[in-house]
Design a protein around this ligand. Sequence first.
Ligand code: NAD
Length: 279
Amino acid sequence: MSNEQGRVAVITGAASGIGRGLAEHAAGLGMQLVLADVDGPGLQTLCAQLQGQGAQAIAQVTDVSDVTQVERLRDVVLAHFQRVDLLFNNAGVMQTGYSWEISHEQWQRMLAINLQGTINGIRSFVPLLLKQGHPAQVINTASLAGLLSSPLMAPYNVTKQAVVALSETLQFELSMLGAQVSVSVLCPGPVASEIMASNQARDQAGTAFSAVLDDSIRQGMTPRALAAQVFAALAEQRFWIFPHKDFKPALELRLRSILEETNPQFQMIDVQGDTHAAR
Ligand SMILES: NC(=O)c1ccc[n+]([C@@H]2O[C@H](COP(=O)([O-])OP(=O)(O)OC[C@H]3O[C@@H](n4cnc5c(N)ncnc54)[C@H](O)[C@@H]3O)[C@@H](O)[C@H]2O)c1
């Protein structure tokens, strides 16, 4: 019997890509699952698949940008399983284009899902995790874009860097309290998923960049390989989860530019080397 048996994982953005990989891996460990997504049919398909493999899983259609729906998700989890061990704030979307060409509505959508969605998860679930009296983990999906800015994806950079800041702050606060709740921030490079379907690129540059990004994502690490790395990191309660490693020279350059007060230079990073190794 695995140590994970009977533990409860709540995963947002579970119907596809990284969330789906996490759900499949967790089910393989014998965990009980609460799958949340805006994509109802996708959720039902995954839920039926996991139940067919003997997993205890429930699906709850949830838009993470809507605080009422996230609170309802928490209430459903409590009613059904009476506990939460892992909370994955994972749902996210993409938007490419010049910062000034991206519409007000597109900026709002990115802030609402990628950032407010994570805040809603924390505000709705952390009080419960603190009250439970047993260890629990919060895992926020950011991105390498949470550490390094690239041109033509401003709302993604902005929201993912905010998710990193939010995760660090939460970790400090929970340590101050001596809480049994730990925090991790997942910062992957390209992972083969459907995220580019959520992109609403309008201007020419945003559309051209979207095609480049799409190519890199199609060749990215598989969600199952990523999930295996995530669960290994969670077993060690690691805060930083970096499934791709080749970004570190670029991060060093960024940090040096800050420390030495030199102007930032954009550097394309090639993560495909270790992406292929990890597939
Ligand atoms: N794929 C990559 O290369 C990559 C790299 C770094 C980080 N990420 C991050 O990983 C996370 C998962 O993305 P993915 O790549 O698996 O993409 P994906 O599109 O395959 O999966 C995202 C899921 O989130 C759901 N979703 C979208 N808006 C939602 C909302 N408002 N409420 C609830 N669910 C919603 C979608 O329906 C979809 O099922 C995102 O936060 C993304 O930013 C992805």
